[in-house]
Design a protein. Structure first.
Length: 436
């Protein structure tokens, strides 16, 4: 039986009690309710109806309040329009001719909403909410990696998301391989040019913001000039390397080895100096994470010397022999005995070759370890983390000599010079002949 029936009728139970509201039974069970004396039944019904409407009004107010909270907590995708009583779309640019392209950065851990905020700041889209709304409808948004992206300005959010997820939009990405040098080097035998770090950075900096088909780039010369400043600390050189870097005899080479091998993202709109500062400072952290600051307890080398030795290990051997070549270096320095590494001769010449000529080996330079004792003035390349760790903890052994005997990289080690000469006799024909 519904409430309306209880309000309008007075019922009698089987033993004679009235059971409607206001009855003795109702008061006994539910407690006495205050009732105005002298009101008619119609007035009583009107008063109760008013109370019921008031209760329904409070419930409706609570529900509407919850709706508003949910709209705000949901990121503001829609704004409640009191006039129309329905949702309206967030601000968005209309389709049309886009503006010049701009670079938007995606930071590690960024959400689509955070990317949208930067896209608004750069003028790509009209609102972060519109970007977020488009992103949740594009499954490829999950594939976007941290880095820099070239996006047109003043475009609809859906177009911005479509452009962002296109791999061709990514800019400023550069891979520096192990053993790479700052400057270009020429292969003596093939005449092929191995691009140096400054060339790779220049290529990675190229962007076409106007759609003209002619990109603008930071030049190789700009990077070289930025890397040759007198104050190395301005380029992020760590304290453990700064004194040695200040003493480098060739300013153009002072950052050699201080930019670690790996995959990098650079801002193409930044200056050459800012880009180098980013790479050097972050590389210093990479090297420090290997334990380079304390490794001298085992190797006897300070952190910068460790980096120099690691660059020799990188250029002279394959990873399988890193720790053994590191031991040869440490043993020779302790004798003392010249290192006599052909890689140090090649470095001064900006060439690449397994062998060198007698004249080249006799030429005194700050790097030629045939012409002087000790380590070169700087690293001769960017060493891998594995090479650095090999110098930090060299293999156990008394070796003083090693020779690579074939193109496959097979290398023989010994402490005895006569045995070393015998090992040289095992070199494959032509492998150690100079192409000069």
């Amino acid at each position: 039986m519904n409430n309306r029936q209880y309000e309008d009728e007075a019922h009698t139970d089987p033993i004679g009690y009235r059971t409607g509201e206001g009855s003795e039974f109702h008061r006994a069970v539910h407690g006495a309710q205050p009732e105005q004396v002298g009101r008619s039944r119609a007035q009583t019904r009107q008063a109760r109806a008013a109370v019921s409407r008031k209760k329904r009004g409070r419930v409706l107010g609570v529900v509407l309040g919850l709706i508003v909270v949910l709209i705000v907590a949901g990121g503001g995708f829609f704004v409640f329009d009191r006039l129309s009583g329905g949702p309206v779309a967030p601000d968005d640019f209309a389709a049309g001719a886009p503006g010049d392209s701009v670079v938007v950065r995606v930071h590690p851990g960024d959400t689509a909403q955070q990317i949208g905020v930067e896209a608004v700041e750069k003028g790509v889209v009209a609102s972060a909410d519109a970007f977020m709304g488009a992103a949740v409808q594009n499954a490829d948004i999950a594939s976007v990696q941290p880095g820099y992206y070239l996006l047109p300005s003043n475009i609809p959010a859906s177009q911005a998301v479509d452009t962002l997820v296109d791999p061709s939009a990514r800019v400023g990405s550069v891979v520096i391989s192990e053993g790479r040098q700052l400057h270009d080097a020429r292969d003596v035998n093939t005449d092929a040019v191995k691009k140096g770090i400054y060339t790779l950075l220049s290529e990675a900096s190229c962007i076409d913001t106007t759609g003209s088909g002619t990109p603008t780039c930071i030049s190789y010369e700009d990077f070289n000039a930025a890397g040759a400043v007198d104050d190395p600390s301005a380029l992020g050189v760590p304290d453990w390397a700064s004194d040695r870097v200040r003493g480098v005899p060739d300013r153009d080479r002072q950052l050699e080895g201080l930019i670690a091998a790996g995959s990098w993202d650079i801002d193409p709109t930044a200056s050459a100096g800012d880009i180098l500062r980013q790479l050097v400072s972050e590389s210093a952290q990479t090297y420090e994470d290997t334990g380079i600051l304390t490794a001298g307890a085992d190797s006897g080398l300070d952190p910068y010397e460790t980096l120099v030795a690691a660059s020799l290990v990188e250029r002279e051997s394959l990873p399988a022999d890193f720790s053994k070549v590191a031991r040869v270096i440490v043993n020779r320095l302790a004798e003392p005995q010249k290192l006599e590494f052909d890689s140090t001769v090649n470095y001064s010449l900006d060439t690449t070759e397994v062998a060198t000529t007698d004249a080249d080996r006799a030429t005194v330079t700050p790097w030629n370890t045939y012409a002087m004792e000790g380590l070169p003035a700087t690293p001769i390349a960017s060493p891998s983390v594995a090479a650095v760790e090999a110098v930090e903890a060299p293999a156990d052994g008394d070796w003083l000599y090693f020779v690579t005997i074939n193109q496959a990289g097979e290398t023989l080690f010994t402490r005895n010079y006569d045995e070393h000469l015998a090992n040289i006799g095992k070199v494959e024909d032509g492998f150690l002949e100079s192409g000069r």
